[in-house]
Design a protein around this ligand. Structure first.
Ligand code: GMT
Length: 377
């Protein structure tokens, strides 16, 4: 198949999934065309069957805002015609799905099929914005097939945007070769972490929805009982406030702000627990990456996190904002090796069975094939 993919190429779960899927599809022999503003960061070197088409937006004095959407749509149309694409896979309803639809209208070849994958923020944040909601609805309804990364997000889409469209859930995955199941204590020395200290980790873009305040409160309660360090990876709007909070709580020696990191695998390898206590989260790809490495998760009951972690079997779920429960579960896991190993073993089996890269790629391939065969016409 000849597949065009548009996503945000920078760090962020949606860009990672779009890129990793493109790599898997290319490995299976499909021709994959990324139509993006930059080379997606997970593509480290040229790969067979992958072509990158850069969307370059020019600025003119007449424009108050550079017209990314029109430029992207024009580029999509060019790529559809030049490479005779069968499928356009757009990640995010706005602007990408809408640009895909516009691009198809501009192209000579009109029978290219459009799949749109919803990732979360495009619905749970932008869906509430009346200046965008109808655009999101349009992007969903005019796509030939729409997928969501969790059942929770599909339901939220029906509730918030009310599209007249079926939405299929296809879960996220990790490409196994990127996340080796391995715990490496020796890495702790680089960060001055003592051997007896347990390591908790959180990775995000430090938006308010990530509730890093609850992560810090949870850690403070763990730290009161147990030598431990918290690694905070990422950057974003909450960073300075969270640094101030850590200083106020006098935890600056035990909470390490490690900034934005493109490659997180080795950080997970020194961690014992991963925390994701967001108030909105369609899936929580960081959980899956950490779990594949062997790190047991504690998540909030927001959105799709409950579909990723099976409470009491593969990790624990707590209410949003409940740092007491999160710290209680964390201490249980850190102090009971048998419990930790049981959950870890369940977790590794479960993620292989439900979120394996071959399985999920098969699902996308299946729906591409159905689209091409006209099943959704
Ligand atoms: O979490 C973010 O803010 C980044 C965002 C994105 O657009 O990349 O992530 C969303 O998509 C990921 C991949 O499907 C999901 O794992 C994240 O849960 C989702 N984020 C939210 O729903 C807040």
């Amino acid at each position: 198949m000849k597949i065009g993919i548009t996503c945000y190429p920078s760090m962020g779960g949606s860009g990672i999934i779009a890129t990793e899927l493109g790599i898997k599809l290319a490995e299976r022999g499909h021709d994959v065309h990324f139509i993006t503003s930059n080379i997606p960061f997970r593509i480290r070197k040229p790969l067979p069957n992958i072509t990158f088409h850069q969307v370059e937006v020019n600025q003119y004095a007449v424009f108050r805002y550079a017209p990314y959407d029109i430029t992207l749509s024009t580029k999509i149309a060019e790529v559809i015609d030049e490479y005779d694409l069968d499928i356009l896979h757009m990640h995010y309803a706005v602007p990408h799905a809408v640009c895909g639809i516009l691009g198809r209208q501009m192209a000579k070849k009109k029978d290219v099929k459009i799949m749109t994958t919803l990732h979360g923020t495009d619905i749970t944040v932008l869906g509430y914005d009346h200046t965008l909601r109808n655009g999101i609805k349009f992007g969903i309804e005019q796509s030939d097939l729409v997928t969501s990364v969790s059942n929770a997000l599909a339901q939220q889409t029906y509730d918030i945007v009310q599209p007249d469209k079926d939405i299929v859930t296809i879960y996220n995955f990790v490409r196994e070769t990127e996340f080796e199941t391995k715990h490496d204590e020796s890495l702790k020395a680089y960060y001055n972490i003592q051997p007896e200290e347990k390591v908790l980790i959180h990775v995000s873009n430090f938006r308010k929805v990530k509730r890093i305040d609850t992560i810090i409160d949870t850690f403070a309660k763990v730290r009161a009982e147990q030598p431990a360090k918290l690694l905070l990876l990422g950057d974003g709007p909450e960073l300075m406030d969270m640094k101030a909070k850590v200083h106020e709580m006098n935890l600056q020696d035990d909470i390490l702000f490690l900034g934005k990191q493109d490659w997180v695998s080795e950080f997970y390898q020194m961690a014992d627990l991963v925390l994701l206590l967001s108030e909105k989260e369609s899936f929580g790809l960081t959980l899956l990456e950490a779990m594949k490495t062997g790190v047991v998760p504690i998540g909030s009951n927001a959105g799709g996190i409950k579909e990723v972690i099976k409470h009491g079997e593969t990790g624990y779920i707590v209410d949003v904002g409940d740092s007491d429960a999160a710290s209680r579960y964390a201490l249980q896991l850190l102090n009971d090796q048998e419990l930790y190993q049981r959950l870890q073993s369940n977790m590794l089996t479960d993620i292989e069975q439900r979120f394996g890269s071959e399985l999920i790629t098969d699902q996308y391939e299946h729906y591409y094939q159905q689209l091409i065969e006209g099943v959704y016409d």
